[in-house]
Design a protein around this ligand. Structure first.
Ligand code: PGA
Length: 252
């Protein structure tokens, strides 16, 4: 079912001690917020996931991982499997974030394997994709987005799309303070939904949540979220401050 989602990607921030404080503050800041068809997700680093799951039980906040390995188990030093996430109660994983692509060599091939593993293990995927600044300047952004989606997701059966949340994150807007305008976000989100509509039919396309990510802040969230094809946001920097994150949730 298409839901509105506000997801916080904490990236490599917050020790366990700091994470405990932030979760406490978040619970306080979000107390009393009435959510209508809206989910709130936070994605701390691996070592803080178990604690986060425990501390958010029975509340409105869900917990996601920032990554996962595609193999079931084995000789992959430093990696974490789907089973390991599921066993501590994590049901959602972010895959394909541009920082994973840019700094850790994630490519369509490995991302396809990761998506398949996640789906096969009943994990939900927040799949991130987005164009670089030079792609947009060369007016290639639609082509790039189409390829990123087709290469990694379009082999899936329609019913597997229930486990996919899309996160359009123009790379030039991530952590830069530059946001795509609400109209630019809407234009791209409508294009994305159109691609899924062509491949899977309009009914299925209309069930997919498409989040926008890239410098979403309390000051711009409401305008971005007001667009019909923008179903929420993937928030980096502003998710590290409980009051800012709560304000963004209220803006949806
Ligand atoms: P930002 O990050 O909100 O700090 O731009 C977004 C993201 O990387 O998901």
């Amino acid at each position: 079912m298409r839901k509105k989602i506000v997801a916080g990607n904490w990236k490599m921030n917050k020790t366990l001690t700091e994470s405990k404080v932030l979760i406490k503050e978040l619970k306080k800041a979000t107390k009393g917020i009435k959510l209508k068809n809206t989910r709130v997700i936070i994605a701390p680093c691996y070592v803080n996931l178990q604690h986060a799951v425990k501390k958010t039980k029975n509340g409105i906040i869900e917990v996601a991982s920032q990554n996962m390995h595609q193999a079931t188990s084995g000789a992959y030093t430093g990696e974490v499997s789907a089973d390991m996430l599921l066993d501590i109660g994590v049901k959602t994983v972010i895959l394909g974030h541009s920082e994973r692509r840019d700094h850790f060599g994630e490519i369509d091939g490995s991302l396809t394997e990761k998506v398949n593993t996640a789906i096969g293990n009943n994990l939900e995927v927040i799949f991130c994709f987005g164009e670089q600044l030079e792609d947009r300047e060369a007016n290639n952004h639609f082509k790039i987005i189409e390829a990123q989606l087709k290469n990694v997701l379009f082999h899936l059966e329609a019913n597997s799309l229930q486990q996919i949340v899309l996160a359009y994150e123009p790379v030039w807007a991530i952590g830069t303070g530059k946001t795509a305008s609400a109209d630019q976000a809407q234009e791209m989100h409508a294009f994305i939904r159109g691609l899924f509509s062509e491949k899977y039919g309009t009914e299925t396309a209309n069930t997919i949540s498409i989040l926008y990510g890239g410098s979403v802040k309390p000051a711009n969230a409401e305008e971005i979220f007001s667009k019909p094809d923008v179903d929420g946001g993937l928030i980096g920097g502003a998710s590290l401050n409980a009051n800012d994150f709560a304000a963004i949730i209220k803006a949806i």
